[in-house]
Design a protein around this ligand. Sequence first.
Ligand code: AHR
Length: 495
Amino acid sequence: AWAETVVTIDAAKPGAVINKNVYGQFAEHLGTGIYEGMWVGPDSPIPNTKGWRNDVVDALKELHVPLVRWPGGCFADEYHWREGIGPRKDRPVKVNTMWGGVEEPNSVGTHEFFDLVELLGADAYVNGNLGTGSNQEMAEWLEYMTSNTKSGLAELRRKNGRDKPFKVAYFAVGNEAWGCGGNMTPAHYTNLYKTATTFLKAPHDNRPKFIASGGNDHDLTWTSTLSKEVKGNIDGISFHYYTIPTGKWEVKGAATGFGEGEWISTVKNTLAIDKMIANNVKVLDQNDPQKKIGFMVDEWGTWYDVEKGTNSGFLYQQNSLRDAVVAALNFNIFHNYAERVRMTNIAQMVNVLQAMILTDKDKMLKTPTYHAYHMYVPFQDATTLPVAIKDNASYKLGNTAVPQVSASAARGKDGKVYLALVNTNPNKETEVTVNVAGGKAGAVQGSVLTADAMDAHNTFAQPEAVKPVPFTAQAKGGKLSVKLPAKSVVVVNVE
Ligand code: AHR
């Protein structure tokens, strides 16, 4: 029998605060993610500030990007910071052996990265090199960035144009130690982490939070070993999970032109992160009951087959309405674990994997994922509110079924109640009754993101084919019914 879906927000029971860094970004020296996509250099005819494209920076500023992770990813474990300081013309050209074997000019180094985050008004998350670096190299990098003394390294920073120390909000020791970061076991990495952090020193008022490289997918051993063995100097354990439509790395599925089978498997594979986070949080709750350690999902997003004709090492993919739905489903899940999930970084900011922005020479476009981030800005630093969904329907195809509606609510810093809703069904609009427990929901207003096709996307010829439009609904006879279009993301403020 058909039952109406009812979403009830309990505004009287505030939960954890959603750290704004849950909306963090990731920029790796990979493909055109940095060079071309963001960095064009100060002499470029493309309008820029200190080498960074004005169009891209302006668009990112609208997202209130809170945090940027750099320089990798896998690249981080081959990055030597000394090659990226001093006059750019004197910096050595390297081979980016991780990504496409292309030349890495080292034009973007520490000072340029901090120019970017300062232009964005974001915090810096610097990923150290454990793989091919040394404890000394990492420790000296941190001193170079943070010291306010007259030490040789601090003076070198001044000579390179920066008097004041940089603010390093987070510093990670290596990346994916289980794979590209060195193919280690959790026990081996844990010892290396303890040793490295012993020597990572910074002034007490500019001490970064330290992040250990953790596990991925269903592997709990990293979280469990690290949280059991590391007693100090650990503020977070990282975790990576990518949504792959087919679930298989060999043939992942296309970014556009897919059928409904890959729509529903993408939704299902995205929702799988919920259980992974829950399992890791359970381990953390056992080993770290004081909740000192955050669970940092510092890489996530869709990973498709690369676009035809592009360098397979560049991970360039289109981005469609499906990606916006994936982003919103992830946000709603992250909010539920706000107490532990204190940072996430979508992979990646520009031109790589699930990007906010795609560029082509001097042109740029905002992807549907960009729009999802923009719609969710009120959730940054908002206080979660419990949401109950009664009689949620299933959206089914063949043997696969997923919940049709996903919902999340929070009280924004402006005091207003925000509600995010996703309809995962690409074929059917769904009607949801919205209630506020112990109060009244009179109206909602905000925006909706949807399109006719599952793979609707923006192109340089039609950069605004997919974008949010205003959305409102009014209570009638004391009942607030909200119609969610098929395959849509809705974010509203509830009055
Ligand atoms: O985001 C692309 C790559 O995916 C990162 O460099 C690596 O950490 C992960 O395997």
